[in-house]
Design a protein around this ligand. Structure first.
Ligand code: FE2
Length: 267
């Protein structure tokens, strides 16, 4: 069974459209989102509408559950005081603009989804989908967490060797195997933070044998996304954040779109 896993779309409709265009021709059995459909970009309603229209089931990210419940903040982590300020501005903007139907949709998303690629009548591998961790959708599960952290989370999730848990939240893709279990961060469609501006998602193949993980990056209409942010009343820095792949201090990375345009086709 092959799954497409998309996470942290963050209201970036051009990025979602490009990713969906990339997934469609692939031989994928099902597509799931891992939450954070809204926030930071000006298309929360349109993004949720597209996810619903395409029948992409998924779970509630911290942004989704906080918007849905009118919580006091988005549950995001801040790298510095300016990022904190931008985060609050984005959260206020999103809460003021989402339609009631969008809010209701976000409020109805489950916390977790369990998949049984070989069918629930067999004891084969499981795939657990959460936004951040099996305990909270705000906790950051970074690649440098010790093995013990992964094993504790695996216990919370009820995992056994051969199982996979997939999540997002940090916007940084990685895959580790600990104790025969697979821990997979799918990265971010709409707001990558690894210095690569392109939308990221994962193709996960699970069945008999070891799961196969393919990290995919897709170019999208970045200019349209940046223009949309600038014209929306959201802070301009959010557009620059997208352009630099979350690396505002290093605007000319090798994967900068200006450089990428000079390269031969980016795979
Ligand atoms: Fe997120």
């Amino acid at each position: 069974m092959r799954y497409a896993l998309i996470s942290d779309l963050h209201a970036n409709l051009p990025a979602l459209q490009a990713v969906w265009g990339d997934i469609a021709p692939r031989d994928v059995g099902a597509s799931y989102h891992l939450g954070d459909l809204v926030g930071y970009a000006p298309w929360p309603d349109e993004t949720v509408a597209m996810v619903a229209a395409k029948g992409i089931a998924g779970i509630a990210g911290n942004y989704d559950s906080t918007v849905a419940t009118d919580y006091k903040h988005c549950g995001c982590r801040y790298e510095d005081p300016r990022q904190e300020e931008l985060s609050h501005l984005s959260y206020d903007w999103t809460r003021r603009h989402v339609q009631p139907g969008t809010k209701a949709y976000l409020g109805g998303l489950p916390f977790r989804i369990d998949l049984r690629p070989n069918g629930g009548h067999l004891g084969g591998p499981r795939v657990v989908l959460v936004h951040a961790t099996p305990t909270l959708n705000t906790l950051y599960w970074t690649e440098d967490r010790p093995d013990d952290f992964c094993l504790t989370m695996a216990r919370h999730a009820g995992m056994k060797p051969g199982d996979v848990i997939a999540f997002g939240h940090t916007h940084l893709p990685w895959h580790r195997e600990v104790g025969g279990m697979h821990f997979l961060n799918t990265g971010s469609v709409g707001r990558p933070k690894d210095g690569d501006w392109r939308a990221g998602y994962v193709i996960l193949e699970v069945g008999n044998g070891s799961p196969k993980v393919q990290f995919v990056r897709v170019e999208y209409d970045l200019e349209a996304a940046m223009r949309g942010i600038r014209e929306s009343g959201l802070p301009d820095e959010l557009a620059e954040y997208l352009r630099t792949g979350g690396r505002l201090a290093a605007p000319s990375s090798p994967s900068d779109p200006l450089n990428a345009a000079r390269e031969s086709r980016v795979p």
